[in-house]
Write a protein that binds this ligand. Structure first.
Ligand SMILES: Cc1cc2nc3c(=O)[nH]c(=O)nc-3n(C[C@H](O)[C@H](O)[C@H](O)COP(=O)(O)O)c2cc1C
Length: 154
């Protein structure tokens, strides 16, 4: 069995593309975080929606969120777009449903400019028993950047 799982959330496809690139490079399975809520197509409306979520600390209902044999994966690569300088509430909602104790977690983001630092801190806070690596911005990933980031994957 593959011991690495790639999990991602993507509203408009950029993070999905990065996740698929990583999956093809390391030959790992993918799981998409999907919300019951359908976000507005409009960018500004989505920003307003996300601000409301952050203010309320809203936990999102997720669909298709059963991952078979999650406990067997040693490494979790998790990607998301940066929303309001951090990871979307959908990702937090997902992380809280699973036990990451003992796993290595590699966070990556895509964004319009922000880095992954604040999101990685949040993930560290949520996954205390895991080894959460520094995150990378994956808008323009290439083989070199990827292998440097994942150098201690196994
Ligand atoms: C609700 C919302 C909030 C965002 N906040 C930020 C931000 O704080 N910093 C940033 O650089 N980009 C921000 N962006 C831009 C996205 O991070 C960027 O376009 C990302 O690559 C989109 O990924 P996706 O296509 O996988 O959804 C935001 C976008 C949205 C929709």
């Amino acid at each position: 069995m593959n011991d690495t799982l790639i999990i991602y959330f993507s509203k408009s496809g950029t993070t999905k593309k990065a996740a698929e690139y990583i999956a093809s490079e390391i030959n790992a399975p993918l799981h998409e975080i999907k919300t019951e809520k359908v976000y507005p197509k409009n960018y500004m409306m989505t920003i307003l929606e996300s601000i409301k979520e952050f203010k309320k600390g809203e936990r999102l209902a997720l669909t298709d969120d059963v991952i078979e044999n999650f406990s067997d994966y040693k490494n979790i690569i998790i990607g998301f777009p940066i929303w309001c300088f951090t990871c979307p509430m959908a990702v937090i909602s997902f992380i809280e449903k699973y036990d990451f104790t003992g796993k290595k977690i590699y966070p990556f983001c895509t964004s319009g400019g922000s880095n992954c630092d604040k999101a990685a801190l949040k993930i560290r806070e949520l996954c205390k028993g895991a080894d959460v690596k520094d995150g990378i911005k994956a808008n323009n990933l290439d083989k070199g950047k990827l292998s440097e980031w994942l150098k201690d994957l196994h």
